[in-house]
Every structure is written in C-alpha cells, then in structure tokens.
Design a protein around this ligand. Structure first.
Ligand code: ATP
Length: 300
C-alpha cells in the first residue's frame, strides 16, 4: 500500500490548475511532467459540462511490456455513483484509477468519460474534471488560504470560507494565530495528518470536479478525526462520480458498488449485502479482516 501517484504523476495532476500568472513555476512543472507519450491528440476536444459517466471497455495495461497488470477490465460507472475498489495489495486498484486521468496510457481497450475516449479530449479539460484526494497531501509554504485556493486561484473569500467549513476545517482555522492568513510549511505552523487531509478536501470542494478519485488513508488517525474526515468525504462525493481505493470497511459498506480486484481482474462486483450473500472472495475478506482486526470492523 503506497503513495497513490508517484511524485512525477502528482505534479502532472496539479499542473493545469496552476495559474498562468506563475509562469516560472508552471514551466518548471511542465518540464518535470514532460511525458512525450501522453499529450493532446491533434483535434482533441474540450471536455465540458461533464455528467460523469465513466466506462472501462476491455482495458488492458502493463507498466513494462510482457508484464500485464490489467487484462481486459470492463466497468460501467454511472454518473454520481460511488465505487469502492478492494482487493489484495498489488492487484491493480491504484493502476485502474490512475488510467482515468491519463497518468498512464491504456495498452488495450479504452476508457470513456460521457462517451468520449479520454485520449480524444484535452488533458487539461480531462484533469480539470477529476479531483484527486490522496493520502499524501501536497502542501506548499504559504498561507492556509493559498493552499486551499490551490485548485482554483480565482476563488472568492466566501467560496474559500465555505469550502473550509464543508471540509470541517473551519474550527482548525479559527484556532490558528492568523486564521486563513496563517503561514504553514517549513517556516510556519505544522499541520497534523488529519488537518492536512481536511485541507485537501477543502481544495476539492473549491475545485468542484464532477469526478473524484479518493485514495483512502491507511495511516491511523484518532477516531474523532477519522469520523470528521469520513463525513467530509461523504459530503464531497455527493453528486460526483467517485472511485475510492478503499481501506476502511465503513467506506466499502456505504459505497453504491464494491469492485473486488484480484490479480486475475475484477473478481466480483455488487453492493455490500449482495456480496456478503454471494459468499465469495469479498465475504471471506470481510470475515478475515474482522478476525484479524476487529477494531477496523467496529469502526464502520
Ligand atoms: P495496494 O493496495 O498495495 O496499493 P494496488 O491494488 O493499488 O495495491 P497497484 O499499485 O495498482 O496495486 O499495482 C499493481 C501492480 O503494478 C503491482 O504489481 C505493482 O508492483 C505494479 N506497479 C505499480 N506501479 C508501478 C509503476 N509505477 N511501475 C511499475 N510497476 C508498477
């Protein structure tokens, strides 16, 4: 279980939301993110007014030739649906999610958003439509306000305040010496893991993307913080197509659909009760998790 996207991909993810005004920074990131294999096609269209229907049609992928990771995966995710990916480490959950924003290119099949092949739309418009919340939150030295507005630098003060409130970050901010103007980072206030997560969620409320990818934290947070984050994430995912790399039973139970990924591909899919009833891999996973760590199951 690791960092969702490796550093280069992370930079690629944020690059197009950075303001044109910061040309120096942008071109530096452009340089770092150069992937000659992943670029706009001639005549690529702008993805706009996205509903959020996502389809994987016979998707295959290999990081290195001859070593396939995904073999003809087919998934039909409806706009607004929350899908939780579960399965053993290394099965390909993260890989499935990282193909949607085109951090890697499929080697077979295709992925569509509202019927458009993701390779036929501009990278900028595709990635504007997709919000990513990772375990490893990218913060820069600056104020809380700047860090929240990172996804949308034209955001107004009321928008920023509202996003902070929806992410349950407002009380944290109220307790800081200069509120939203408090400097964080190396020379400023250090935020806790849970506070960083909430800041990442506030960013997403502000960015307001129709599609979300959540890489659920595996690190232990105290149960009150955990509950607040779960609540904020649940609120964030309302009305958005959400793909979650799930580690918590409560997330999985609440998902509209659970997709069980093994090294052989999608082994099972359905809602929690359905899969428990089917008494297959998922049912065994849940029972094993419960016996191994009752605390996790009780947290649901
Ligand atoms: P986890 O639950 O541990 O995060 P996962 O189900 O998300 O696992 P992936 O991270 O998608 O699995 O990995 C699927 C396979 O691809 C693994 O064999 C992994 O070693 C390999 N892999 C993942 N990222 C890369 C990469 N950047 N380069 C090469 N191989 C990779």
């Amino acid at each position: 279980v690791g960092v969702f996207f490796r550093p280069l991909e992370k930079i690629a993810a944020v690059i197009e939301v950075y303001p044109k005004g910061l040309a120096g920074f942008r071109s530096y990131l452009d340089f770092l993110a150069t992937r000659p294999d992943i670029a706009d096609r001639a005549g690529a269209i702008e993805l706009a007014g996205v509903r959020g229907d996502v389809r994987y049609e016979g998707v295959s992928f290999a990081y290195a030739s001859g070593r396939p990771v995904l073999n003809e995966i087919t998934l039909d995710i409806r706009a607004g649906e929350t899908v939780a990916f579960v399965g053993p480490s290394g099965a390909g959950k993260t890989t499935i999610c990282s193909l949607l924003p085109r951090f890697y290119e499929v080697t077979g099949g295709r992925i569509t958003v509202d019927g458009h092949d993701v390779r036929d739309v501009t990278l900028a418009s595709l990635r504007r439509s997709i919000g990513i919340v990772q375990q490893d939150v990218f913060l820069f030295a600056g104020t809380i306000r700047e860090n929240i507005a990172y996804g949308r630098l034209d955001a107004s003060e009321p928008d920023i305040v509202r996003a902070a409130r929806r992410a349950q970050l407002d009380q944290v901010i109220a307790g800081l010496p200069a509120g939203l103007d408090t400097v964080i980072g190396e020379r400023g206030v250090k935020l806790s893991g849970g506070q960083k997560q909430r800041l990442a969620i506030a960013r997403m409320f502000l960015k307001d993307p129709p599609i979300l990818i959540l890489d659920e934290a595996t690190s232990a947070l105290d149960s009150e913080t955990e509950r607040q984050i779960q609540e904020s994430l649940a609120a964030l995912s309302v009305g958005r197509t959400t793909l979650v790399i799930a580690h918590r039973l409560s997330t999985v139970r609440n998902a509209d659909r659970i997709v069980v990924v093994t090294r052989d591909g999608v082994a099972e899919q359905g809602a929690h009760e359905e899969l428990i009833g089917a008494d297959g891999i998922y049912a065994r996973m849940i029972s094993a998790q419960f016996h191994a760590d009752p605390g996790i199951a009780q947290a649901s």
